[in-house]
Design a protein around this ligand. Structure first.
Ligand code: SAH
Length: 521
């Protein structure tokens, strides 16, 4: 008996939310992290799987018309996997208990005496409404909200929906799975007495960068949905609260909503830029072109670290350089006191911020964040005979080293990390990029440009618009045929993001005059 009990795992039914991966519960992330198996649906955002690194991932599909695995078999799979002693996470779109068949799965687990728990998710009807600027209840407009399946054919004899009761409700009606039946839903509600002037909103792909919505009165909604080519998944929201969208619309107004932007930074560094763009509504395609790896030899680095007192200046030219240098110092049992005699320069604010994490306040940072400007800032000082240490990557330009030497300084450059090409890519992502199915590619260094191009046999992609962090990267991008539309005022990530937003706003204005289409396959 005991060994059998030991073998039984557990199942966590987890609501993945409606699309935006940021809407998932904290507890859901913890469950994913501890899962041995994740069984997920079409509607669960696959990005969430990144939290379940050690787990086996099983896709069981399920679209309205295309059941990859019948519910019975999904139930059986949950039971079988749990019986082998594993922690199974059943990841479902929205909330598991709102039109998610989570109840059926839980009953099956109960029957087999498998321990289970439920982590609710944000359900699409509430979340898509919120992202469309529609509060589902509102003082004076709606004191109740009903979540209704729109899947049923309302004309069939055995309809379980009480259309009379629904039409009589003064609260908000939210229909799920109702896109196909929209004409029937609207017809039934009017037949049972709802006014044709009742406001209706249809929100498609809610909470994702593909969100699109239309609002109209009930009598016009069908033609509006058709005209705007809205597609499933979508929720239909009926009631006076829909009028609040005029004032409370926010997500669909984000400057970058629906823009597909490729981020080419290394995986480790992409997230900051990706997050900022996502928060502005962009659909980010992470396509790392570079990878940061250890140098071929630490010997020269260790030698330099062991005689730091002999350097008057250390110049850091990247965040990666700072990290690699300080991590190595720690490994050699040294701390920042070893730098007490050195002046420290940072090429820009991100590098200075990273130094601050190690307790170092940079003594010098130029106005513009390129090597030439570091030289200019040092220009007023007498550098003759001064010893400089430059911890850097293997592919850095020689501008700084040459300039310092011209000023009479003695320079030791040490390679603390190497920048190599990243070629491990998801085939779908590669294809999307090959097809040019994006609006903008971002480059944050010359190496991101050359490596990007190299992934595609050296061919620049047709009509590719690029945003470059600074003039050096811009030059490389232009050389490879990119249309560089965006270069920020300051050569930093926040400034790059601002410049992208400004450009998008400009394009939006001109699109109002002349609609512009995405370059697509
Ligand atoms: N358990 C899910 C609902 C699954 S039923 C939840 O709680 O949200 C599938 C239906 O949910 C779709 O037909 C559609 O009506 C709705 N839906 C799911 N994701 C959606 C989204 N991102 N935007 C709009 N509607 C969505």
């Amino acid at each position: 008996m005991q060994s059998k009990a030991k073998l039984t795992g557990k199942v966590t039914l987890v609501g993945a939310g409606p699309g935006d991966p940021g809407l998932v519960a904290w507890k859901a992330v913890r469950a994913l992290e501890s899962a041995d198996v994740v069984i997920y649906d079409f509607l669960a955002n696959p990005e969430l799987l990144a939290h379940a690194k050690k787990a086996e991932h099983i896709y069981v599909g399920k679209r309205a018309d295309q059941h990859t695995l019948p519910q019975q078999e999904i139930n059986q799979l949950l039971v079988d996997k749990a019986k082998t002693g594993q922690h199974v996470v059943r990841l479902k779109g929205g909330d598991p208990f709102v039109f998610g068949r989570g109840g059926e799965e839980a009953l099956m687990l109960k029957k087999h005496e498998i321990p289970f728990e439920i982590i609710p998710g944000v359900t699409a009807g509430i979340a898509a409404a919120a992202y469309a600027g529609i509060p589902v209840t509102h003082r004076g407009l709606a004191t109740s909200v009903s979540l209704i399946t729109g899947h049923e054919d309302p004309t069939k004899e055995s309809s379980q929906l009480d259309w009379q009761a629904l039409a009589n409700l003064h609260g908000t009606l939210v229909f799920y799975m109702g896109m196909r039946q929209l004409p029937h839903i609207v017809e039934q509600l009017q037949r049972y007495g709802k006014s044709g002037d009742t406001p209706v909103a249809v929100v498609s792909h809610g909470t994702s960068p593909r969100q699109k919505s239309v609002t109209a009165t009930m009598k016009h909604i069908v033609e509006q949905v058709k005209q705007n080519r809205l597609e499933a998944p979508a929720v239909i929201i009926v009631g006076p609260v829909v009028t609040l969208k005029n004032e409370l619309d926010w997500y669909e107004k984000l400057s970058l909503l629906g823009k597909r932007i490729v981020v080419t930074r290394s995986r480790a560094q992409a997230s900051e830029l990706a997050q900022q763009l996502t928060d502005l509504g962009a659909e980010v395609i992470t396509f790392p072109t570079i990878k940061i790896v250890a140098p071929d030899s630490w010997h020269p680095v260790d030698q330099a670290i062991n005689r730091l007192h002999t350097y008057q200046w250390i110049v850091f030219t990247s965040v990666n350089g700072v990290d690699a240098f300080f991590q190595r110092m720690t490994l050699l049992n040294k701390d920042t006191r070893a730098l007490a005699a050195c002046q420290i320069a940072a090429i820009g604010p991100a590098t200075a911020d990273r130094l601050a994490r190690y307790g170092i306040k940079a003594d010098l940072m130029p106005e513009k964040f390129v090597a030439e400007e570091v030289l200019a800032s040092l220009g007023g000082l007498d550098l003759a005979g001064k010893n400089f240490l430059l911890p850097r990557t293997d592919i850095a330009r020689d501008t700084l080293i040459n300039g310092l030497q011209d000023m009479g300084a003695h320079v030791d450059q040490i390679i603390v990390y190497r920048t190599v090409i990243e070629s491990d890519h998801d085939p779908d992502t590669l294809q999307t990029i090959k097809n040019g199915d994006f609006d903008l590619v971002t480059f944050t260094s010359s190496s991101t440009v050359t490596n990007f191009v190299n992934q595609f046999d050296g061919q620049a992609l047709p009509n590719c618009s690029a945003a470059c962090i600074g003039p050096i990267t811009e030059k490389t991008a232009r050389k490879h045929g990119f249309k560089v539309k965006i270069i920020p005022e300051h050569y930093t990530i926040p400034s790059l993001v601002n410049a992208i937003v400004e450009q998008a706003e400009k394009e939006k204005q001109s699109e109002m005059i002349m609609p512009n289409k995405r370059i697509s396959s």
